[in-house]
Write a protein that binds this ligand. Sequence first.
Ligand code: ADP
Ligand code: NI
Length: 215
Amino acid sequence: MQDKLQAIEQEIRKQFDEDTTGHDWYHIERVRKMALHLQSKEGGDPVIVELAALLHDISDHKMNGGILNAGGKVAEELLKKYDFEQEIIQKVSSIIDKVSFKGLLVPDQMSTLEEKIVQDADRLDAIGAIGIARAFSFGGSKNRPMYQPDISPEEHTSFEQYANAKSHTINHFYEKLLHLKDRLHTDTAKKIGEQRHLVMEDYLKQFYIEWECKM
Ligand code: ADP
Ligand code: NI
C-alpha cells in the first residue's frame, strides 16, 4: 500500500508542481496532512482519506478548462492503473465528485465520515491566512480584479452559475469563504475553522479601512 501511495504522490506532485492558481502541490500536501489529522481525531478509514486527499483536485473544473464533475472518472482510471480494489476506487471517486463547493445555495452532499473529513480539510485550506492568499492568487491567475466596490456578491443557486461567475476576489469571500465555517462537518474542523474565520473577518475590516484611506 505504501508503495502505491508513494507512486500516486509522485504523479500528483508532477501534475500540480507548476500550478499558480492556489492549487499547487503544497495545497494538496496540506489537505492530506489536515485530513489525516482530522481522521486521527474523528475516525474513519485512513487509506480512503489519504487517497481522496491526494486526488481531490484532479481534473477540477477550475483548472481543466471548465469541465464540471470530471474528477471522479479521472481518479477512477488512475486507481485502476494501480490495481486498487473496486470498493476503494468507488469510495475515493465519490469523494472527489462531491468535494468541491458548488454554490452558496447548493447543499453539500457529503454522507460518509471519510467524505466529510476530506471536504473539511479542503475547506480549512480555503480560509484563514492561507485561504486569503489562495483567493488572491486564484483571482490574479484568472485576470479577476481585486475589488470593484460597485459590483455586489451573488447567491449562486447552481454549480454552473457558480463556476461561470467572474466577479472580483473580494466578492468571493461573501459568495463562499465566509460561509465555510458553518458548512464544516466534524467538531475537530469546526474548532480550527473558528479561528481561521476570525482572521478573514479582521482582514476584511482592515481592507476597507485602507480602501477608504481612513487613518
Ligand atoms: P473547492 O473544490 O471547494 O473549490 P479547492 O481546493 O478547489 O476547493 O480550492 C478553492 C479555492 O480556489 C478557493 O478557496 C479560492 O482560494 C479559489 N477560488 C475559487 N473560486 C474563486 C474565485 N471566484 N475568486 C477567488 N478565488 C477563488
Ligand atoms: Ni483543494
